[in-house]
Design a binder for this molecule. Structure first.
Ligand code: NAP
Ligand code: ZN
Length: 349
């Protein structure tokens, strides 16, 4: 089955329309008509070959929402017409310790939604900037938000889970002072989620223009991180800081804001390394620095249900497929509030 998609043939070329194929659904597969796909900064890193190993043609997109179009003979949890999502994971080994714990995101054989090996043509996975996807039922998520919010649910499938998972892991809640660094697609979800979990949320931004907007997202305080005085006022005061910035920068500026035993978790994945932090900023107050990658399938469902219950969706700007190259340029300038979502119906225009 040939379908419309949008992707790139090389790292230095713009994305353009292309036709791709999807496998015929197997017994455990769910075939999904994609309605919307969020545009993640990882899509830019990957399609522009900023990280190692991009396979071309590259069709990005791992914030996928739509409706079930067909199910395999052994699929019992999903029916034709159901509202569903697919995030960053479309397969894993299903039997290692990580998979057994529902942490498929840490399985050594995890297959990402795009740019990972697959027996399907063309030999690597192709993502959600496309009309359909066929996915094993284990990696399909149920959407319980009202259908009218479907487009704004799409970014939860990556930006939502990537921020929810570390906030839960570090047990963020009432009485905690929590920082979120970078108010982009991930960061704006981090602010909403940490606020809903009951924490006192401080947003850190390089953009003075986002100061007021961050409060509307649920931040109790906003700090412009280029302002040394504003930063110094928060020294030694945070239990937890989540850093979503997509570019290398000075981590010590944030480590020194942590209390004793505080943690700074990195989820931003810049294409070149951050300068190494000053060891004394870790050992003097037993602070820790860690990372986190998306989240497992059960936790992604938990996050979607948490968001449905609390009325949380992303703040989005809808784009046509042929606007995606411009959208990338705008994201690189921080000019999006706060996630672009592609209207997949425009692929057929
Ligand atoms: P995004 O929407 O572009 O937001 C990144 C934000 O970082 C910007 O809006 C900006 O916020 C801040 N920033 C400050 N300096 C910057 C600079 N020099 N260049 C770029 N941004 C800068 O990106 P995103 O989709 O949230 O993704 C953020 C990062 O997380 C990317 O590296 C992405 O690949 C990574 N990621 C990781 C995972 C994971 O599993 N760990 C999952 C998804 C994405 P201010 O204007 O507020 O300063
Ligand atoms: Zn992503």
């Amino acid at each position: 089955m040939s379908i419309h998609a949008y992707g790139a043939h090389a790292g230095d070329q713009p994305l353009e329309p292309m036709n791709i194929t999807r496998r015929t659904p197997g017994a455990h597969d769910v075939q999904i008509d994609i309605a919307y796909c969020g545009v993640c900064h990882s899509d830019i890193h990957q399609v522009r070959a900023e990280w190692a190993g991009t396979l071309f043609p590259c069709v990005p997109g791992h914030e996928i929402v739509g409706r079930v179009a067909a199910v395999g003979a052994h699929v019992s949890d999903y029916q034709v017409g159901d509202l569903v999502g697919v995030g960053c994971i479309v397969d894993s080994c299903k039997h290692c310790a990580d998979c057994a714990e529902g942490l498929e995101n840490y399985c050594d054989e995890m297959i990402g939604t795009y740019n990972f090996p697959t027996p399907d043509a063309p030999g690597h996975t192709l993502g959600g900037y496309s009309e359909q996807i066929v996915v094993h039922e284990r990696y399909v998520l149920r959407i319980r938000h009202p259908e009218a919010q479907l487009a704004a649910v799409a970014p939860l499938l990556c930006a939502g889970i990537t921020t929810y998972s570390p906030l839960r892991h570090w047990q963020v809640g009432p009485g905690h002072k929590v920082g979120v660094v970078g108010i982009g697609g991930l960061g704006h979800m981090g602010i909403k989620l940490a606020h809903a979990m009951g924490a006192h949320v401080v947003a850190f931004t390089t953009s003075e223009s986002k100061r007021e907007a961050a409060k509307a997202l649920g931040a109790d305080e906003v700090v412009v991180s280029r302002n040394a005085e504003e930063m110094a006022a928060h020294a030694n005061s945070f239990e937890f800081i989540l850093n979503t910035v997509a570019a290398p920068h000075d981590l010590d500026a944030f480590l020194t804001l942590l209390k004793r035993d505080g943690n700074l978790t990195l989820v931003g994945a810049p294409s070149s390394p951050h300068p190494s932090p000053e060891v004394f900023n870790l050992i003097m107050k037993r602070r820790s620095l860690s990372g986190s990658m998306i989240g497992g399938i059960p936790e992604t469902q938990e996050m979607l249900d948490f968001c449905a219950e609390h009325g949380i969706v992303a703040d989005i700007e809808m784009i046509r497929a042929d606007q995606v190259n411009d959208a990338y340029e705008r994201m690189l300038k921080g000019d999006v509030k706060y996630r672009f979502v592609m209207d997949i119906a425009t692929l057929a225009d």
